[in-house]
Ligand binder design. Structure first.
Ligand SMILES: C[S@@+](CC[C@H](N)C(=O)[O-])C[C@H]1O[C@@H](n2cnc3c(N)ncnc32)[C@H](O)[C@@H]1O
Length: 336
């Protein structure tokens, strides 16, 4: 989902479901991994096909309640683990015949409606933003990081042009009060000279804090690497993203592993990088107008997928290096 507002729709819609099912083809059976189980929208559809097995993971303990119902219905065909997808390698799936691994990033309708999580600027009370299995909250970040660090979080994770003034005013205010959701919104309103009438003033700061608290950049990078390892030849890796940083990471990962690196015929002959993926479609799949009308938060969704061409378990990628500036910002959290 994009902006941090409570959507008008009253339930969770699995985004681009039809399109994803047509790419991963569960009708032919096989073992699938749903890395972002949530309310189980994708998992349910996959398990409706008789010869399928599914391993679902989610970092939010609340998902376990939905998983419990799935377990009753689908028995041994369904396994749920409350872990982060960066920990996918803990499941020791090296020699399983995994047909597809899917990610639907971000958070669900149920999570944004949960006042305890504090994901929405409509929530009252504490700044939290932890989706689950975190080491610190948004409140810790806002009240303990230094001004320059906060400015970088707002700038690089939220593209917030006025992050400098917001960070300065946060540091001033916290000398007097501990900052909660309402106080943060007041600070943002006071700091921003350029008002945006289309989206809430706090949208970018909230997005940036959510990315920081959940280490979404490192999670995605490790999730992609681990998922790629466990896929067998012919397996599909598919990701739905909701903001430009995520999409940039997925796009780079897929593209860099689906082509030879030395492309110019004038460049020296170097050892060719191994080609791991078939990138069937360069452009992402996006929701139809019909889907957007029914579920407006889907408008920012982009689905990209690749097919693994080889059985390689280990492979080289420079993705961590490519996005090291963003990972360094997430690492500010190590001292919290
Ligand atoms: C958009 S929802 C998925 C909805 C799901 N596709 C459905 O149809 O119900 C995203 C889910 O991913 C989970 N999530 C986000 N980051 C995660 C991570 N790093 N590891 C595991 N789960 C994560 C969230 O807790 C949330 O439940």
């Amino acid at each position: 989902m994009d902006a941090t507002i409570v959507p008008k729709v009253q339930k969770h819609y699995p985004v681009l479901l039809k399109e994803i099912i047509s790419v991963i083809s569960p009708q032919h059976g096989g073992t699938f991994i749903d890395c972002t189980f949530g309310q189980g929208g994708y998992s349910k559809k996959i398990l409706e096909f008789k010869n399928t097995n599914l391993i679902a993971i989610d970092r939010d303990k609340e998902s376990e309640k939905v998983a419990y119902q799935f377990k009753k219905k689908f028995k041994d065909r369904f396994i749920f683990k409350n872990i982060k997808f960066s920990q996918l390698n803990n499941l020791k799936l090296k020699n399983q015949n995994i047909k597809a691994v899917i990610f639907d990033l971000g958070y669900s309708y149920t999570q944004i409606k949960d006042p305890e999580k504090g994901l929405s600027f409509e929530s009252s009370g504490k700044l939290n933003m932890r989706l689950g299995l975190n080491n610190y909250s948004a409140e810790d970040a806002i009240n303990k990081l230094d001004e320059k660090e906060l400015e970088k979080i707002f700038k690089f994770f939220g593209d917030e042009k006025e992050g400098k003034y917001i960070a300065r005013n946060i540091v001033k205010e916290r000398l007097i009060n501990r900052i909660d959701v309402k106080t943060l919104i007041k600070i943002i309103d006071k700091s921003k000279k350029r008002k945006n009438f289309k989206v809430h003033n706090a949208t970018k700061v909230f997005q940036s804090l959510r990315i920081f608290v959940n280490r979404e950049i490192s999670e995605l990078i490790l999730g992609l690497i681990n998922a790629t390892k466990i896929l067998k030849k012919g397996g599909v890796l598919g990701v739905v993203t909701f903001h430009s940083i995520e999409d940039k990471i997925v796009k780079y990962f897929f593209k860099s592993l689906s082509e030879n690196k030395s492309i110019s015929r004038y460049s020296p002959v170097v050892e060719q990088a191994e080609i791991l993926f078939d990138l069937i479609q360069k452009k992402p799949v996006i929701p139809s107008n019909e889907e957007i009308n029914e579920n407006p938060p889907s408008r920012s969704a982009k689905f990209r997928y690749v097919i693994k061409k080889t059985d390689f378990y280990n492979f080289n990628t420079d993705i961590k290096d490519k996005f090291k500036d963003l990972i360094e910002i997430e690492n500010f959290g190590d001292k919290l």
